[in-house]
Design a protein around this ligand. Structure first.
Ligand code: NAD
Ligand code: UGA
Length: 444
């Protein structure tokens, strides 16, 4: 199928290149010409495992990027909208969605053939059949259902392993206003026979996406609330508590005589808080929609509130070792909101570094890939270390924020450098607590 995708970011570019790999003819459109040029040279604009190889394989063949949305819509049969949907402080910001819908609608006005428009961005329930439909119909002078199809196909990929997730999805959700739209969507996903496919209406598809993310966020804040209590009681390690909870028959299975934890348990761990481009903004957007519709979401509001407090917990733990941070050198290990990505959006590392700096500490940071992306977001006097060893060599204390595999060598490296007394506050409970002499962590 000939497919155009509006927005060549994490979702648009990954979906586009994977659908090209499945044999479709794909053009990804972006307003950012620098990104378009880079992609057309076969260079990945983001850090994602496997993306570079797929670009090399398909660019110039059945995949290209373009800044010309109009032409891309006219030359394809189906258009996916994958632009950003940030939170504007009060509500979901549908500005990019409106603009993309307007531009697609103007192109449709000139297109005699039937075309299908599919929203892939995460949008609050009602958006596809509301704002998107109205904008497309007004700009095109055409009618959804009669002249063009309209659908919603949420994306569930996870950053860092986005290509793997897109190619091996756990589910595919197709929301369509009619059978003809669903037929087109079935054709797009024809190469994913072994995946459960759920067909529904657009609003249900939209709520499925939010409910999935809200559940993950709720589990994280729930674990952090338990960790907060355990720390006050004393003598309890929340990691131990959670490990036992995970082993319940509700959360694990016996496989070949071994107890195997369900993957969801990876969201039931204490830590310095969830970040990223989705969980924070999606929980806020859903809670805001609930409030505006007279269905306030008190539980979700508290999930957000608990999360906001987690970065500060890192400083409280640090003060056990360094009561006065003035003039002290503190090493922050990991800046990206999670491992495997250079994405800094809503990373807990930002409030942590800011809080350290405001207490007068000299902050030295290290992240294997996210330092360039972090630089514009961190205080000017932050020091960027070349490697892990140089942070260990200079720091009075270390804070671990991201679960990068290279940090697992921390205990041996500290010993090698004769720095085994340096305290570590583990914000992800990633390092064995017995392997570090002065260890503390969330939930301990
Ligand atoms: P992103 O910011 O990485 O990419 C969005 C891209 O759209 C940018 O490159 C921007 O320049 C481009 N753009 C904006 N307006 C445009 C327009 N009018 N025409 C052409 N291009 C335009 O965003 P993302 O992380 O890919 O997220 C996109 C959507 O997918 C969001 O709704 C997000 O919630 C959802 N989502 C993201 C992920 C993820 O892991 N990042 C996973 C699932 C769903
Ligand atoms: C999340 C979901 O996992 C995806 O299914 C979804 O498609 C995506 O959002 C989206 O809608 O964009 P992502 O944001 O890439 O994916 O990353 P996650 O692995 O979910 O991690 C989110 C945050 O939660 C990270 O900051 C991570 O460190 C944190 N986290 C995770 C915790 O704080 N505690 C945990 O126990 C697990």
């Amino acid at each position: 199928m000939k497919i155009s995708i509006i927005g060549a970011g994490y979702v648009g570019l990954v979906s586009g290149i994977c659908l090209a790999d499945k044999g479709n003819q794909v053009v990804c459109v972006d307003v950012d010409r620098g990104k378009v040029d880079k992609i057309n040279k076969g260079e990945a604009p983001i850090h994602e495992d496997g993306l570079g190889a797929l670009l090399t394989k398909h660019v110039g063949k059945n995949f290209r990027a373009s800044a010309d949305l109009h032409e891309a819509v006219l030359q394809t049969e189906l258009t996916m909208i994958a632009v950003g949907t940030p939170f504007d402080g009060r509500d979901i910001d549908l500005g990019y969605i409106r603009q993309a819908s307007q531009d697609i609608g103007e192109a449709l006005a000139e297109k005699p053939d039937y075309h299908v428009v599919v929203v892939k961005s995460t949008v609050v329930p009602g958006t596809t059949e509301g704002v998107v439909r109205e904008t497309l119909e007004r700009a095109s002078g055409k009618s959804a259902g009669d002249d063009f199809g309209l659908g919603m196909n949420p994306e569930f990929l996870t950053e860092g392993v986005a290509i793997r997730d897109f190619m091996n999805p756990d589910r595919i959700v197709l929301g369509g206003i009619d059978e003809r739209t669903l037929d087109a969507l079935r054709a797009v996903y024809a190469g994913f026979e072994s995946t459960p496919i759920l067909e529904t209406n657009p609003s249900t598809a939209e709520l499925i996406k939010y409910t999935s993310n809200a559940l993950l966020a709720t589990m994280i804040s729930f674990s952090n609330e338990i960790a907060g209590l355990a720390a006050k009681v004393g003598g309890i390690d929340t990691s131990e508590v959670m490990h036992a909870v995970h082993l319940s028959e509700y959360l694990s299975l016996d496989v070949d005589g071994h107890r195997k934890k369900a993957k969801i348990t990876s969201f039931l761990n204490p830590g310095c808080g969830f970040g990223g481009s989705c969980l924070p903004k999606d929980t806020k957007a859903l809670a805001a929609q609930g409030e505006s519709l007279g269905a306030p979401m008190r539980l979700l509001e508290q999930v957000i509130e608990v999360n906001l407090g987690q970065p500060q917990k890192m400083l409280e733990l640090l003060r056990q070792f360094l009561p006065d941070l003035e003039g002290k050198t503190v090493g922050v290990l990991g800046l990206a909101f999670k491992e495997g990505t250079d994405d800094m959006r809503e990373s807990p590392a930002v409030p942590i570094v800011e809080a350290l700096a405001s207490c007068g500490a000299r902050v030295v940071v290290f992240d294997p890939v996210a330092m360039p992306a972090a630089q514009p977001l961190l205080p000017d006097d932050t020091t960027y270390a070349e490697d892990l060893a140089s942070v260990i060599g200079t720091a009075d204390a270390l804070l671990l924020v991201t679960r990068w595999d290279e940090f697992l060598e921390l205990p041996s490296l500290m010993r090698e450098l004769g720095r085994e007394d340096v305290p570590l506050v583990d914000g992800r409970r990633f390092i064995d607590k017995h392997a570090i002499r002065n260890y503390s962590g969330i939930g301990l």
